[in-house]
Design a protein around this ligand. Structure first.
Ligand code: GH3
Ligand code: MG
Ligand code: MG
Ligand code: MG
Length: 323
């Protein structure tokens, strides 16, 4: 790794996205003239941590890996094309959001214009003034942090909208929208799709005997065990209070039956800890299992068939799998 670390100066302070000063950033400086990058790095080191990389190809790699707040790119590179780096950085997913500040000699000023066209955020002409350099770097870093903060918020609200807060499994809304997609995929690919509804037996009496918090403990622990017993492509969700749905793509009734039976047995076989009190609780579940029967079958019908099977499992005495 050819990176020259000039980590002179201060540590990154606590980052607050709200009242951000734009200081304490991580900057990757791409410049191959030693006199130039040494001076720039020492100016920037008053407020930021700076890494220097003379080779744009390497720089692109570091930019993608290194979680930088700002790229400062010299367009006066002797042996390389700085503009190419800028345009590559704009097209890569990992670097798309990293701001770029371009620097050029007046004789290369037309490159700056070209740079702005391909997505450079700001520029400076040499000779570089310290105050201006720091001000422009701060502005870009502050903006970057703010948009990151917004992006995180959006991501969080999306996750909250599709996740069940108690168990961390997907919620019913997500399952119902995603199930349609999975069923469609299974139909077009001619693959089987299994679906089971799991319902904890006599859960109301767990609440009644040990309290609602103990009931919640059981639900959380149950979700952990469900997650452990399924594959990455399977979809597990909390369908209602103490009802769960597992959707298994590319799985036929026979295999799904074995998965369901294994899960049923492991729940019944190992009691559940509750936080209050040393007592462990015996828990059993009933499972209704079915598969997508024909191409294009409505998911509501699949769910209904699983529910009917679950009802029979309850009726036949609970702690069993019915398909
Ligand atoms: P069955 O064997 O027929 O399924 O009996 P059951 O008692 O499990 O079924 P029922 O549907 O009568 O009761 C489910 C109970 O689950 C009722 C409700 O108070 C409780 N419940 C629903 N959501 C939660 C929750 O988030 N936490 C806790 N602790 N209890 C919940
Ligand atoms: Mg019930
Ligand atoms: Mg129940
Ligand atoms: Mg129920």
């Amino acid at each position: 790794r050819a990176i020259t670390s000039l980590e002179i100066g201060m540590q990154a302070p606590e980052r607050s996205a709200v009242a951000d000063t734009g200081k304490g950033g991580r900057i990757l400086l791409v410049d191959d003239r030693q006199s130039s990058y040494e001076r720039l790095a020492s100016l920037l080191a008053a407020e930021h941590t700076v890494d220097v990389e003379p080779n744009p190809t390497e720089a692109l790699f570091h930019a993608a890996e290194g979680n930088y707040d700002l790229l400062i790119v010299s367009l006066d590179l002797n042996n390389f094309d700085g503009l190419r780096l800028c345009s590559q950085a704009r097209s890569l997913e990992r670097t798309r959001h990293v701001p770029i500040l371009a620097i050029a000699d007046p004789e290369n000023a037309t490159r700056l214009l070209r740079g702005l066209e391909i997505g450079v955020n700001d520029y400076l002409l040499r000779p570089i003034d310290k105050t201006e350099l720091l001000a422009r770097a701060r502005t870009q870093i502050r903006r970057r942090r703010y948009t990151d903060h917004l992006r995180d918020n959006v991501q969080n609200s999306i996750e909250m909208a599709i996740t069940d807060a108690l168990t961390g499994l997907h919620n019913r809304r997500y399952m119902e929208s995603h199930l349609a997609t999975l069923a469609e995929q299974a139909s077009t690919r001619g693959k089987p799709l299994a679906l089971m509804i799991l319902d904890i037996d006599y859960f109301k009496s767990i609440n009644d005997n040990y309290g609602h918090d103990a009931g919640d403990d059981v639900l959380r622990e149950f979700a952990v065990r469900v997650r452990k017993s399924i594959r990455g492509i399977d979809l597990a969700c909390r369908y209602g209070g103490e009802e769960f749905v597992i959707v298994m793509p590319e799985t036929d009734l026979h295999v799904a039956g074995m998965v369901a039976e294994r899960l049923r047995r492991s729940i019944a076989g190992e009691s559940f800890a509750i936080h209050k009190g040393a007592k462990r609780i015996e828990v059993t579940i009933s499972i209704g299992l079915t598969t997508l029967e024909q191409k294009g079958e409505a998911v509501a019908d699949v769910l209904k068939r699983a529910d009917t099977a679950l009802y029979r499992a309850k009726h036949d005495g609970r702690n069993r799998v019915v398909s």
